[in-house]
Write a protein that binds this ligand. Sequence first.
Ligand code: G
Ligand code: MN
Length: 285
Amino acid sequence: MYVAKRSDLDCAVYSPEQDQHSPDRLALVAELRRAIDEGNLVLHYQPKVDLARGHVVGVEALVRWPHPKRGLVPPDDFSPLAERTGMIRPLPLWVLDAALGQRREWQGTSLAVPVAVNLSMRNLHDPALPDILGELLRKWNGTPDWLVLEITESSLMADTTRALQVLGRLRDMGLPIAIDDFGTGYSSLTYLRQLPVQELKIDRSFVQQMSAGDAVIVRWTIGLGHDLGMTVVAEGVEDVRTWQRLGQFACDLVQGYLVSRPLPAAQLALWMSSSNQIRELPRAA
Ligand code: G
Ligand code: MN
């Protein structure tokens, strides 16, 4: 029924893949609940690099669920599930707490940079979020500049006003906010007008294998972001040619496999201390 309603059809044929309550999914929900409660998720960190200077200026925390049978499950496969099944608060809470704990450990090292955490617009419907964030910052003795909140929108928002209020409060607390996956889904121009945003992240679909058309969009988005006073990040940079072109477009920050894959904290520290990867990348033209 829900599938039919969502697609505006009179009827739909049952298919187990679309059934959010199939025994398989229900088992997964229970397992996820336990994994969150027992702290059995892990965070990997992917560096954000200043393109002109080649410095790591931030990292993005990406949650993974090491599942005994399914392997390392990426968030796209369980985050929507968490949101639909009453774990809308526990999951981001766990991620924020773990990311801040890691940032605490990095204090005084070359990795004492802001940690970006992914939140969905849905998370912003929780009016308790600003207080929760304040408490977590106190718990880890941190400051708002320890974090960047990357906001994505994957579904149409029911209550924009409430989400915008929460976002405004986060902004007033001094928490930097980024629009994630810009250019796809529902991350639209309306957001740029409405959201108090410092950073714009161009979705990797425009950056990987950048076609001539993609390049026009990327260059335009960088200009748009700059004119609005934002820092622009290109996601999904996988080759030197793309890096160079982004340099020509005066893109600020770069993230992608060319620089580093998301890594566990210990490996990221090794990468930072041992690698010449960044220094060996071509300087912006
Ligand atoms: O939605 P968001 O941009 O936060 O998604 C980040 C995801 O993108 C992570 O799961 C990460 O593994 C993946 N990713 C990061 N860099 C690259 C890249 O250069 N190429 C591809 N294909 N994926 C990437
Ligand atoms: Mn992100």
